[in-house]
Ligand binder design. Structure first.
Ligand code: GRF
Length: 181
């Protein structure tokens, strides 16, 4: 079975659904106060946290990440709300092993505000995408995506909640397929 690591910067609800179904070797957060680290503790998943600002540059920060991934012999890195662009150092070592979840139907609404941007655009449907990570912002090859409707009496909160529910279905489904390969 492939060894999984998860990178997350925030709440970690996607990390949680993955960790509830699969053994996760470790979770990493670039935000030492992020709630994902509390979730990891509760689930008994080892965690690491350090911030980009504690390194001389992004290459040095990513070298530390590559060391961690190498030490744990990680086969699959799941980005789940990891709010940093993956740079050349990490990509050089792990491209083809890093996937990301994006809360819109790519190539529609890439970037950090996929849900709000779709909402503001007034679309009748948006979606969720899992894709391989390359050097662009949400541009890597799409693995799987689902459509999520915007309903007439939605608020942004109900719309957002529906997107998240779709994420919690789709991410474990893709991980299941990849770890069995
Ligand atoms: C998710 O909506 C994910 O698609 C996006 O950031 C959010 C992370 O939420 N990239 P959580 O930290 O998993 O709760």
């Amino acid at each position: 079975m492939k060894k999984i690591a998860v990178f997350a910067s925030g709440s970690g609800s996607n990390f949680q659904v993955i960790a509830e179904e699969f053994p996760v070797a470790f979770v990493f957060s670039d935000q030492p106060e992020a709630y994902v680290l509390k979730r990891a503790e509760k689930l008994g998943v080892p965690s690491y946290s350090f911030a980009l600002k504690d390194f001389p540059d992004k290459a040095a920060y990513e070298e530390a990440l590559v060391d961690l991934l190498d030490q744990h012999q990680i086969d699959l890195v799941c980005l789940a709300g990891y709010m940093k662009i993956v740079g050349p150092t990490l990509l050089a070592a792990y491209e083809g092993k890093i996937i990301n979840i994006h809360p819109a139907y790519l190539p529609e609404f890439p970037g950090a505000h996929g849900i709000e941007d779709a909402w503001q655009a007034g679309v009748a449907e948006s979606g969720v995408t899992i894709h391989w990570v390359d050097s662009g912002i949400d541009t890597g090859q799409i693995i799987k995506q689902v459509r999520v409707p915007r309903l007439p009496d939605d608020t942004i909160d109900t719309f957002e909640a529906r997107i998240h529910q779709a994420e919690y279905q789709l991410y474990p489904q893709v991980v299941r397929e990849l770890v069995q390969k």
